[in-house]
Ligand binder design. Structure first.
Ligand code: F0G
Length: 338
């Protein structure tokens, strides 16, 4: 089966003996976004969207999970464990189901989008609801993994980062060159770390622009946030595990890590859906919200920018419900003026 391990095995830590667990992840679309470019004050053909919601479970997590689960199986693990704001648990549950492994997920109570929770349920994960936030759930998951001897498949697992770096390889192939700028939402900071690794291994160095939600922006303030708040629940994280990786990506690339408000995020989320035809989840829209924010002060960087859209909009129907649709009602066979 075609998946990213088959495609990139020479650049990944696998051998002929690694049992490959795949759902055909990777090879996601890179879509030109001229309306975003215009809104940011940039010329046509300068902004591209990497649609990671097109992965099998609807988020970029599948890239790291195919490798993390394959390696857990190779190492003889009987189960896997993670804490999650939703997408990691959905992906871990799916790949564990395919591998025949037990999967236990620690989720912050009331802060996981409905679509993500239903994925964990249907893939048969054992769910532990933590009355606390993601950072607290992650500490508990780490301890439980040690006690049980299960593989921890959060992004502290180096195989997750290795798998996720393949998205950078794909972008280089799809563009036929390196982008000048790379925009990405940042939560636990595994993904920005992975892209930077992938770009560097390919001898390229786009400027890395990471974006956090204003209520959960420890990398901007420089100190952990005890009670992170944002409607972008996927990035509601106050103490990112890959802190150093994010700072290295920022500083080595000459980029920045900034913050966007929930209003900025929702505006970008709506713009992408209604003007570009791309439905991502709110956290994902943080990358484009960041570009548009720079654009408002005429500071959008020149050259080619890639914005990563990390997850599918269908995952979070609770947010969509905030937008009141204009619906006209009619009897079957009745007349309606359009
Ligand atoms: N976008 C989405 C849709 C996510 O689910 C996440 C993280 C991020 C961005 C941020 O990526 O953590 O590598 O900086 N979700 C994790 C989870 C934390 O548990 O699903 P990051």
């Amino acid at each position: 089966m075609n998946g990213l391990i088959a495609r990139w095995h020479r650049r990944l830590p696998v051998t002929a003996r690694t049992p490959i667990v795949t759902l055909g992840e990777g090879n996601t679309p890179l879509v030109q976004a001229d309306r975003v470019a215009k809104a940011a004050g940039l010329p046509p053909a300068s902004v591209f969207l990497k649609i990671e919601g097109a992965n099998p479970t609807g988020s970029f997590k599948d890239r790291g999970m195919t490798l993390a689960i394959s390696k857990a199986l190779e190492a003889g693990a009987t189960g896997v464990l993670c804490a999650s704001t939703g997408n990691t648990s959905a992906s871990a549950a799916a790949y564990a189901a395919r591998a025949g492994l037990r999967c236990v997920v620690f989720l912050p109570k009331g802060k996981v989008a409905a679509g993500k929770l239903s994925q964990a349920v249907m893939h048969g994960a054992e769910i532990v609801e933590v009355a606390g936030n993601f950072d607290q759930a992650l500490v508990m998951a780490g301890e439980a993994a040690k006690t049980k001897g299960f593989a921890l498949v959060n992004s502290s697992n180096p195989f997750r980062i290795e798998g996720q770096k393949t998205a950078a390889f794909e972008i280089l192939e799809q563009l036929g060159r390196a982008p000048d700028n790379h925009f990405i939402p940042v939560g636990n900071a595994g993904n920005i770390t992975a892209y930077w690794k992938g770009y560097k291994e390919s001898g390229t160095a786009p400027r890395m622009f990471g974006w956090q939600a204003a209520g959960a922006a420890p990398l901007v303030s420089g100190t952990p946030v005890t009670n992170p708040t944002t409607l972008a629940t996927a990035i509601r994280i106050g103490r990112p595990v890959s802190w150093d990786g994010a700072i290295a990506a920022r500083d080595e690339s000459g980029g920045m890590i900034g913050k966007v408000t929930d209003a900025d995020i929702l505006a970008a989320y709506r713009f992408l859906a209604s003007r570009e035809g791309v439905f991502c989840e709110p956290s994902s829209a943080a990358s484009v919200a960041g570009l548009l924010k720079l654009g408002r002060t005429g500071k959008a960087p020149s050259g080619i920018s890639v914005c990563v859209l990390t997850g599918n909009g269908l995952k979070d129907p609770g947010i969509t419900a905030r937008f009141t649709p204009k619906i006209r009602r009619v009897k079957a066979g009745g007349k309606i003026r359009l």
